[in-house]
Design a protein around this ligand. Structure first.
Ligand code: 0O2
Length: 211
C-alpha cells in the first residue's frame, strides 16, 4: 500500500516548528539578559520524502523501521560563533526536561574523513497529537559559522557530483575544512576581545532602538 507521507511526517513537522520556536527563544533570552549570546541562528527542516527514500535505500533501512532507525527526519541546526559556544549549548540542552538526549556524536574532536565537523545530538522529543503523545527522534546539529559554511558548500558539491566529487576538488575541500578549523581556533584565541567589542556594540544599538 502507498504510504501517506503527509500523515506520516505530520508529527515531525510539528516537532520542527516547536523546536524552532524553543531554540530561537533561547537565543532571545540570552540577548535580553545582556550575557554573551552563544547562538547565532537556528534552522530546521523535515527531510524531504525523496531524501528519506534515498537514505533508506543507501543504509538498508526498511520503510516500516524509519521511525526507529532514521533519526534525522526532523532536523535542527544551531549555528554558533565559537567552538566553546557549542559546548555551552550542548550543556544547556542536556539540562532541559522537554527533550531527552539519547545519543551524542562529536564530529568536532573526531572529524569525518571528508573533513566534516559538527556536534550531533539525537534526541527523543514528545509531540502532542490528536491520538495522544508521540515520542519521536530528532537530530540537532550544532556547529560554528565556519563549519556551517564548509558543510553547506560540500553538501552542494556532493549533490552536483552525486557523491563522487573529483579528486582535485575533494583535496581542496579537505584543505578548506582544515582552514575553517584554524579560523575557529584563531577566533577562539581572541574570544574575550571579540565578545567585549560585541557587548559594546550591542549596547550602542540598543540605545539607538530606545531613542
Ligand atoms: P541531509 O541532506 O543533510 O539531510 P551514520 O553515518 O550511519 O552513523 P547518519 O544518520 O548518517 O548515521 O548520521 P550522521 O553521519 O551523524 O549525520 C548525518 C547528517 O550529518 C547528514 O545528513 C548531514 O546533514 C550531516 N553530515 C554528515 N557527514 C557529512 C559530511 O561529510 N558533509 C556534510 N556536508 N554533511 C554531513 P544527510 O542524511 O546526509 O542529509
Amino acid at each position: 500500500m502507498e504510504r501517506d507521507w503527509d500523515t506520516f511526517l505530520a508529527p515531525y513537522e510539528l516537532a520542527v516548528a516547536e523546536l524552532k520556536i524553543k531554540l530561537r527563544g533561547l537565543r532571545k533570552q540570552y540577548r535580553n539578559s545582556g550575557e554573551h549570546v552563544p547562538i547565532e541562528f537556528v534552522t530546521g527542516r523535515v527531510k524531504p520524502v525523496e531524501s528519506i527514500l534515498n537514505k533508506a535505500e543507501l543504509r538498508g533501512i526498511a520503510l516500516n523501521r524509519l521511525e526507529d532507525e532514521m533519526s534525522d527526519m526532523a532536523g535542527m541546526r544551531i549555528m554558533c560563533q565559537f567552538v566553546e559556544d557549542i559546548h555551552l549549548v550542548v550543556d544547556i540542552l542536556r539540562r532541559r526536561n522537554d527533550m531527552k538526549i539519547i545519543q551524542e556524536r562529536d564530529y568536532i574532536t573526531n572529524r569525518k574523513a571528508s573533513g566534516y565537523r559538527s556536534y550531533h545530538l539525537v534526541i527523543e522529543y514528545p509531540v502532542q497529537m490528536l491520538e495522544g503523545e508521540k515520542k519521536l527522534l530528532a537530530e540537532i546539529q550544532i556547529r560554528t559559522l565556519s563549519m556551517n559554511f564548509w558543510a553547506t558548500i560540500e553538501h552542494s558539491l556532493n549533490y552536483k557530483y552525486k557523491g563522487q566529487i573529483p579528486e582535485d576538488i575533494d583535496q581542496r575541500l579537505f584543505r578548506a575544512a582544515e582552514a575553517a578549523y584554524q579560523l575557529d581556533e584563531e577566533m577562539s584565541s581572541i574570544r574575550d576581545e571579540i565578545q567585549e567589542a560585541q557587548h559594546l556594540f550591542n549596547r550602542k544599538e540598543q540605545k539607538k532602538e530606545v531613542r
